[in-house]
Design a protein around this ligand. Sequence first.
Ligand code: BGC
Length: 760
Amino acid sequence: MERDVKAIVKQMTLEEKAGMCSGKDFWHLKGVERLGIPEVMVSDGPHGLRKQAEEADHLGINDSIKAVCFPTACATACSFDRDLLFEMGQRIGDECQAENLSVILGPAVNIKRSPLCGRNFEYFSEDPYLASQMAAAHIKGVQSKNVGTSIKHFAANNQEHRRMSCSSEIDERTLREIYLGAFETAVKEGKPDTVMCSYNKINGEFASENHWLLTEVLRDEWGFEGYVMSDWGAVNDRVKGLKAGLELEMPASGGHTDQEIVDAVRNGELDEAVLDTAVERILNIVFKFTDNRQEGKFDKEEDHKLAAKVAEESMVLLKNEGILPLPKEGKKIAFIGKFAQKPRFQGGGSSHINSFKVTSALDAVKEITEVTYAQGYDVQEDKTDQALLKEAVRAAEEADIAVIFAGLPDLFESEGYDRSHMRMPDCQNELIREITKVQKNTVVVLHNGSPVEMPWADDVKGILEAYLCGQAVGQAEVNLLFGISNPCGKLAETIPYKLSDNPSYLNFPGDGQTVEYKEGVFVGYRYYDTKEMPVRYPFGYGLSYTTFEYRDLQVSSGEMKDTDTLKVSLKVKNTGNRAGKEIVQLYVADKTGAASRPVKELKNFTKVFLNPGEEKTVDMELDKRSFAWYCTAIHDWYAATGEYEIIAAASSKDIRLTKTVHVTATTEIPLHIHMNTTVSELMENPRTREVIQGMTESLVESMGGSSEEKESAATEAISPEMSLKMLENSPLRSFRSFMGMTTEEIEELIKKLQKAADGE
Ligand code: BGC
C-alpha cells in the first residue's frame, strides 16, 4: 500500500507534529486518530522480547510477558555465524509480529573497550568488523519479518559509569575506525529502521544533539533513511536535538518538550520544515510496520529449541587436556556449583527477559546420565559457606570427574554500573582451588558476560566459556560437555591474564566528566598483538573435538588497485575423526609503514562445516576498506601504496597461512609544503622526490663532511649514512643553516616543490 506521508504531515497541526516527536508513554509512540496514524509499540530487546504491559520501566524491574531469552550478544558473537544471527533475528521478528511490536530495541554494537563495562554482555565484540557483521545479520533477520530494529547506542557509549553525562574524548581516526566502525556496515548493509542515540557526550557534545553524528555521518555519508530515537532519557536540549537529527524522544516527556518544539517554531528559532521532515521519517517507519503486518508466530517451545542451538554454536571451549567430551557411562561425575542448578544466562537491566522456562545443566543431564550434585557456593554474598564448600569437596573427591559451574553472580555485572575488578567471587575461586587439590579431573564451565581472571586455569583440565547463553544454556552445556555436539565458537574478545594488561586500564572510566580514549585504535587484540603481549586466551580462539588443517592460500592477484576487490581462497580440512565447524579468520597487515597501525586487523571470516577427512575451499573477499585506515588529512579512508600481508588464521595468535599483495592507491593525500615540511615527507612523494633528491647529496656533505674525507674525525662522528638519516628529519627551514640558502631561495624552492606535488 502506497501512502502519501507528506500529505498526511500537511494535514497535521503544529501541536500534533511536535507530539509525534516524543513517546506517548514508556513504550508507545503517539497516534493521531483523525488522520489514521496508529499508536505503535516498541520494546527491548535485543535477545528476546521484554514487552511490558503495566507499570513500565526501563531497567527490567517490573515483569514483562513470558518470553524466550536467546543467548546474549557476548555469546552469539562467538558463533561468528551470520546465518545463525539472521535466523535468530527472523525468529525474534516473528515473535514481535505475534506481539504487535513495531520495533525491537537492538542490536547493541558498542565496542568492548574494557572488560569492566557492566553492559559488555549485551555487546558483540572488541572488533568493529565482527560487531558490525553480526549486527547486520541480526537486523536483516528481524526486518525480514517487517519489524524494525534500533541499532544502539550511537555512539561511543563504552561504559556505564556516568553514562548519561560523561564525555567520551576520542580522536577522529579512532572514532571512525573503531567506535563508528561497529555501526557503519550494520547501517549500510542492514539498513535498520531506527537508530538509538546514546546517553553520553562525544568530544563535549551530547550524542542526542550532535549534528555531525546524527546527520552528517549517519544520513549524509551512510545513507540512513529511518528515524533516530533517543535512548530512554537521553534528551538534553530538545530543540537542538531535533535540529541535529534526533526525530523521536523516548519515553514520554510529559508534553514539556513537545511544547518547547511548538514554541521554537512559533518564535522562529526552529524552521517548521525540520519538524515536518522529522515527522515524515517517523511516520514512514510507523506505516511500514502497520501496512505490512504479518501473522507472526510465537511458539515458545520451538524458540527455546532454537535458543539451545544458538547457545551450542556460541559457547567457546577454552581448554581441553583430554578430559572432554565426558563419558556417558563408566565414570562417576559430580556437577558442582549453584549455576549447574540455577544458571546465570542473561544480564541485568533493560534487556532482562522474563523467560518462560530455563533449562539448567542439571535438568538436561538427566536425559543422558546420572550425576551427583553439590551447590558449592552461594550467589547472594561473596562469602565462603564452609558447609557448602566441604560438601562440594567431598562430592568432587568421591567422583571420577568434577564439573564446576561457576561465573559472575548478577550483582557483579549489569547495565547501569561497571565492574571495579575482573575477578570472580573469591568464594568461587576458593571452591575451585580446594576441588583441584582433591580432584585432578576438573572442568570449569563459566557463566559471565565479560572476561574474568582465571588464577586456576593451569590447575584444571577443561574450561568451557558459556558466557550468558540464554534460557536453554544447560541443554547446550550438556550437549557440548558430553560430545553430543562439537564446540565451534571462538572468542569475540581477548581474555587477558589480568585487568591491568588491558589497553584502556589507565584511562577507564575517566574522571567522571570525561573519559579519554588514549589507547586510540589499539583496542583489544589490536593492542595485545602489536605489543606482542601474552594473553590468557586470544581473540578468535576456541577449541573443537576435532582438528583442522589449512593449506593453499590463493589470491586473485598479487597486484591490485585500491578500488579492486581481491578474491581470497584457501582449503580447510577436517583432520580429526568427528564432524565439526571451523571459523577461518582473514586478517590484513599493513606493511607500507604509511601510518601507525595495529600489526593486523580482522577483515573477513567464514564458518565452515566439515565431516571427518573432508576438505573444502573457503572463499572470501577483501576490498579497499579491508586495507584502509582513516586518514584525518583527507577525512577519508586511505590505503597507501605498498605491500599488505593477507593472513589466514585460526585465532589472532594462530597464523596458518600468509600471502603478500601489492596495492596501488588511486587517491593521494595532498601534500601542502611549507617551511617545516621535512625532507622525508618530500622523499615519500615521487614527484617532490625528483626535485629534492639532487639537493640531498650536497646537503649530506655540508652536514657530515665530504665522503672523500673517509678517515677524518668528523666522519667518525657523523658518517654520510647518519647524515642522511638526520637529514630526513630536517625541515626545509633548516636549509638556511646547513646549505646557506636565503629565506627567499627557500620560498622559491617551496613554490617549485608545491608545483611538482600538485602535478603541474
Ligand atoms: C537502555 C536501552 C534500552 C532503553 C529502554 C535504556 O536504559 O540504555 O538500551 O533500550 O533503556 O529500556
